[in-house]
Design a protein around this ligand. Structure first.
Ligand SMILES: Nc1nc2c(c(=O)[nH]1)N[C@H]1C(S)=C(S)[C@@H](COP(=O)(O)OP(=O)(O)OC[C@H]3O[C@@H](n4cnc5c(N)ncnc54)[C@H](O)[C@@H]3O)O[C@H]1N2
Ligand code: MOO
Length: 419
């Protein structure tokens, strides 16, 4: 049985009294402080560990490299027996190749044929490159002086046995698999993959490809959110669409909470008559309607449903997308055991003009062309085409701003958000 941590505390989304419009950083700090890993652990074969989150430090069971060896094809000898000027050393019979070491001892003043990756035989601490040698009958000649230790690798120079090679909480990359293997591990302790359920709400939303009547729209959020979760490295669970019917939504939330560690809904997040997500979460008693000082994505309903955190994302696709990158993804990081993730941004010149009043942070759909950040022609939060056009977001701080072409702005590529 995988280890099950205790459920989240019921007040994890509570705001301090008197707070109305929550600044983005404050909302983030609250999520960061109050969420904890909720996933069990398992051990998987190395080859299945890419993209998984390490549940414990990986300690090297073997040094890399495990023994001193040669970095090049050439001739090995003891540096102390050589000097300045032309050196002519008799060759011992035999050679040392990778995986087929030379068992004997190379006497001082002698040399031996060595091939890249081969263990250095006893008596050898230095190698001279093939290209710097002339080889005659039983002798090798090269020009001194040769730096002691040249063209060799020390045992453990990369990682020493007993070192922490990979820290717990790391989402394993292909390179990490190379490292874990190099230091002797064939299986790795990982967290169970975070399961995130996604459902769409609203009478107007119909399945892509279905017949859409007047006033109906195709579900754009669900395919997007499911794919985003997979790209973040988590397991997405499709919980379908639910009409604006409280009983149906309650039932669907029950099912989602029974299979997932986290539930993302979209639509019905604000406090209108048909905003059943926020109404139900309020009824469940652990609900915070965050009016975040953020554009787009102001209403965000947060709550616990049977102990499972629910992010009630706004219905507008651009707002749902932005809230997922800015809030849901770092929260998923904590829940998954990989910890809080800050997206890496870059300061680049703007290719646009923008005036902004103080009081809320803005994220503009953006991309880099000719070294400058251009932004989408509209800020409308239903403009799905702008999400597809964009390759990142420009973040404009909470204060007032007057941005002119050439001014420096913060650009965060989608890749920095794990997309
Ligand atoms: N009186 C106010 N009205 C609104 C406010 C406000 O502060 N006061 N905020 C606006 C903002 S900003 C947003 S964002 C939305 C968020 O509202 P909800 O989360 O309750 O979302 P809905 O009203 O259900 O939907 C908004 C919009 O998005 C479309 N939608 C919903 N689901 C999908 C989907 N799966 N795929 C594509 N499009 C979807 C829906 O049809 C609406 O057009 O509230 C504003 N109103
Ligand atoms: O969250 Mo709304 O879509 O800001 O614009």
């Amino acid at each position: 049985m995988p280890l099950k941590p205790p459920p989240l505390k019921n007040d994890c989304f509570a705001l301090p009294p008197g707070v109305d419009w929550t600044p983005v950083d404050q909302a983030l700090a609250m999520l960061r402080d109050r969420l904890h890993p909720v996933v069990g652990q398992e051990t998987v074969p190395l080859q299945q560990a890419a993209g998984r989150v390490l549940a414990a430090d990986v300690v090297a069971t073997r040094s890399n490299p495990p023994q001193p060896n040669t970095a090049v094809d050439g001739y090995g000898f003891a540096a102390s027996a050589t000097g300045e000027g032309d050196q002519v050393l008799p060759l011992v019979v035999g050679r040392s190749a990778a995986g087929v070491p030379f068992d004997g001892v190379v006497p001082a003043g002698h040399a031996i044929r060595v091939l890249t990756g081969a263990a250095l035989p006893k008596g050898v601490d230095t190698v001279v490159l093939d290209e710097d040698c002339a080889v005659g009958e039983g002798v090798v000649a090269f020009r001194g002086p040769v730096k002691p230790g040249a063209n060799t690798r020390r045992a453990g120079e990369d990682v020493a046995e007993g070192d922490v090679a990979l820290p717990a909480g790391r989402m394993l990359t292909p390179a990490d698999l190379a490292l874990a293997s190099a230091v002797g591990l064939a299986k790795l302790p990982v967290y169970e993959r975070l399961r995130v359920a996604v459902l769409s709400t609203g009478d107007e939303v119909v399945e892509p490809g279905a017949k859409a009547g007047p006033g109906q729209i195709f579900d754009a959020n669900r395919p997007m959110l499911l794919a985003m979760i997979e790209r973040f490295g988590f397991q997405a669970i499709d919980m379908g669409r639910v009409p604006d019917d409280r009983a149906a939504l309650r039932d669907r939330l029950d099912r989602a909470a029974s299979v997932a560690h986290l539930v993302l809904t979209s639509g019905g997040a604000s406090a209108g008559d048909e905003d059943h997500v926020s109404a139900l979460l309020r009824e469940a008693g652990a609900m915070q309607e965050w009016r975040i000082a953020l554009k787009p994505g102001r209403p965000l309903a947060l709550g616990l449903w049977q102990g499972v955190p629910v992010f009630g994302l706004p219905g507008n696709p651009v707002a749902a997308f932005t809230c997922t990158l800015v809030f849901a993804r770092p929260a998923m990081g904590v829940l998954s055991g990989s910890g809080w993730a800050e997206p890496l941004g870059f300061t680049v010149p703007a290719a646009f003009t923008k005036r902004k009043k103080p009081g809320r942070r803005e994220y503009l759909r953006a991309r880099i062309r000719d070294g400058r950040a251009e932004v989408f022609r509209s800020e409308g939060s239903g403009r799905v085409s702008g999400l597809s056009w964009a390759e990142g977001l420009v973040e404009i701080g909470d204060g007032a701003a007057q941005i002119e072409p050439g001014d420096l702005v913060r650009y965060i590529p989608f890749g920095s958000f794990g997309l």
